[in-house]
Design a protein around this ligand. Structure first.
Ligand SMILES: Nc1ncnc2c1ncn2[C@@H]1O[C@H](COP(=O)(O)OP(=O)(O)OP(=O)(O)O)[C@@H](O)[C@H]1O
Ligand SMILES: [Mg+2]
Length: 331
């Protein structure tokens, strides 16, 4: 694997504006994606994973904006890039697969034509070669009889087949980066596994970097090289999947791993993490996980903002990480 840094996110902060108030949603998030690697982005609901993912493509919803930081893709900072630059890069250099394929597919246009449109717009292919290539792509993502199905509308496709069609669209221009936000959550378990296999195979074949947003640590274990954990809008831990799973540095990561359903299969009782994620606008000065953390102490956890500590290839945002990692964070 090469170590080309394809995408570098530095100090990314995102906020929503509502009634004259600015509500921070994501704070000071930094990570990178290298060519050919998959990074899992995990964390409980509301932790800011989707906002982070959308910001990478300049697709934040109305009223939500990047307030600080940069997202560099091959030397270009996408934060502050004009609409034309973003529209050109999106789909060609960086593409996204969403949880709901109907969010990307137009119900009124045949599936093959939608894939062909991406090829015409970004690669300048003429109508016929684009249509031919669209059929090849539909075949490559596992749609049977692509010659026949290319002319069909999205509603005639099953959920799994729609997701495959969306992946074909996302991969049409062989982007350097693929962002997949919960791409299999809405699908049956057996279909989930096949779609994940497809993503991993395509990622490998195209040498893409992939950011895979998921709730499922089992999925991360099976597909990703590195793992980034978010909590209350902050990136709290990052590292190689095997290393983090073996010895999490942040008590929140340890709690997530202890709560993972696969623990049940190994005879351990999955533990729910007591308490709730603080709401945006109510993030405390210190560590946002402190009220739920069995290792927290008022000083230093609540008294000062917690900075990221780097040890080799691992990063952690925990005020007590040094003493806890020496002792081993209890799960
Ligand atoms: N359009 C919006 N305007 C303002 N705030 C929003 C908007 N969309 C989401 N939020 C808030 O931003 C925060 C982060 O949301 P985000 O969707 O990124 O979480 P997530 O980690 O993707 O969660 P999930 O696992 O449920 O998908 C949440 O508190 C959410 O309520
Ligand atoms: Mg989300």
């Amino acid at each position: 694997m090469t170590t080309d840094r394809i995408l570098e996110v530095e100090g990314l902060s995102i906020a929503a504006r509502s009634g004259g108030r600015t509500i921070p949603l994501v704070h000071d998030v930094s990570f990178r994606l290298d060519a050919g690697e998959a990074v899992g982005l995990v964390g409980e609901s509301g932790s800011g994973k989707s906002m982070t993912a959308l910001a990478l493509l300049g697709l934040l919803p109305r009223g939500v904006a990047v307030t600080a930081g940069s997202v560099r893709l091959g030397g270009v900072d996408l934060v502050g890039a004009d609409r034309r630059t973003l529209a050109d890069i999106r789909g060609r250099r960086i593409a996204m697969v969403f949880q709901d394929p109907m969010a990307s597919l137009n119900p009124a246009i045949p599936v093959g034509e939608q894939v062909a449109e991406v090829l015409r717009r970004h690669l300048g292919l003429a109508r016929k070669p684009a249509a031919r290539r669209a059929i090849e792509l539909l075949g490559a993502v596992g749609i049977r009889e692509p010659h026949r199905r290319t002319g069909e509308y999205p509603h005639t496709f099953s959920g799994g087949m729609r997701q495959r069609a969306m992946i074909a669209m996302a991969l049409a221009c062989e982007p350097a980066v693929l962002i997949a936000d919960e791409p299999t959550t809405a699908l049956d378990v057996t279909v989930q596994a096949r779609i994940l296999e497809l993503l991993v195979r395509m990622q490998d074949e195209l040498g893409m970097a992939m950011l895979l947003v998921t709730h499922d640590l089992g999925v991360v274990a099976g597909t990703c090289h590195r793992l980034a954990v978010m909590y209350a809008g902050r990136l709290i831990e990052e590292g190689e999947v095997g290393e983090v799973f073996d010895a999490p540095y942040h008590p929140y990561t340890a709690a997530l791993l202890a709560a993972a359903p696969e623990n049940a299969m190994h005879g351990r009782k999955p533990a729910a993490i007591p308490g709730v994620v603080p709401a945006p606008g109510a993030f405390p000065l210190g560590c946002p996980f402190s009220p739920r953390c069995s290792h927290a102490r008022p000083d230093p956890c609540d008294s000062t903002p917690v900075e990221v500590r780097t040890t080799g290839s691992r990063r952690v945002r925990c005020a007590r990480s040094r003493e806890l990692t020496l002792a081993g964070v209890e799960r």
